[in-house]
Design a protein around this ligand. Sequence first.
Ligand code: RIB
Ligand code: CA
Length: 311
Amino acid sequence: MLGAAHSQPPVLVILDVDTGVDDALALALGVRSERVDLVAVTTVAGNVGVAQATANTLTVLDWLGATGVPVHRGASHPLVRAHEDASFVHGTDGLGNADLPRSSRDVAADRGPAAMVRLLRERPGEIALVAVGPLTNVAIALNVEPRIAEWAAQLVVMGGAYREPGNVTPRAEYNLYADPEAAAQVFAAPWRRLVAVGLDVSHRTPLSRRAWEAARDRPDPAAQLVHRVCARTFTERALDGFYLHDPLALAVALDPTLVTLEPATVAVGLEGDARGETRITGPGDGLVATGVDAPRFLGAFAGALGLPEAG
Ligand code: RIB
Ligand code: CA
C-alpha cells in the first residue's frame, strides 16, 4: 500500500512521460493505484520521438481501460540540443517491441506545456507534477508561466545521479543528459516542493526476472503489460532485472516515506563530460532521494499491478 490508509483522498497527478517501457509501468501504476487521480498525461521526446511516445501512451492507457485520461502531446526536441533517443533500452517502438494493439484515440487539444499551465492554474496547490522524461515540457511551461512553481503541489522528477554513476555517461542520467538546459532551468526554479528521484534509489528497485516470469500467468491486463513490454529486456537483452525508475518516482509522489530525502541545492552540468551531471552543491530547498525502502515499494508496485511479486 502506498501512503496512508484508504481514508486519504487520492493524489491528483499530471504525469509527463517519454513512453518507454518504465514510463508504461508508471502509467499502469497511476491507473491501477487507488491513491492516484490521473488528471492528465503529457508526452515529450525522450526514449523515442514524441509522436511514438504519444502513440505508446495512448496504446498503454487503452490497454488498461483508461480511455478517459487525456493525453497532451508535448515537445518534439530538447530546448537546445538535438534529440538523442534511448531505443537501445526500450526497443525501436519504445515498448520493448511488444506490438500492443494501437489506440485509435486522438490526443487532447492543447499541447503538453499548455495543458500543464492550464490545469495547474485551475487547481493551484492541488496537483502533483511528476516528470519521468526529459524536462523540456516542464521548462517550457515554467518559461511561459513561472507561477506553475507555486501552483504545483509538488514537482517530482525522475532524474539525476547524485552519488551514483550515470547510465548514459559515467556522470549523467538519461533524462537530464537528454535536455540539460531544461533541467538546469527546472532545478533553479522556486518550486513549492521539488523532489528528485535519481539513479541513487531507482537502481535499488529492479523488477526481477522471477517477477517477470510470474507475470505471464496473471490475468490482470496490467500484469500482462509488464510481461509483454519487459520481455525484450529478459530475452533479447538477457538482463536479470529491469529498473523501475519511473514507477518509483510516481510512488514517491504518493508516499515520500518510501525514500530518505536530503535537502539540497542541485547544479546541472551543461558542457562536455559534465553534460547532464547533477551535483549537490550544498543544502537547499530541493529534496534529493538518497535511500529507499525497496521491498515496500516493490511490494506496493506488485500489489497495484496484480503481480505476485516484483522484487
Ligand atoms: O534514466 C532513466 C530514465 O530515462 C527513465 O525515465 C527512462 O524511461 C528514461 O526516460
Ligand atoms: Ca521515462
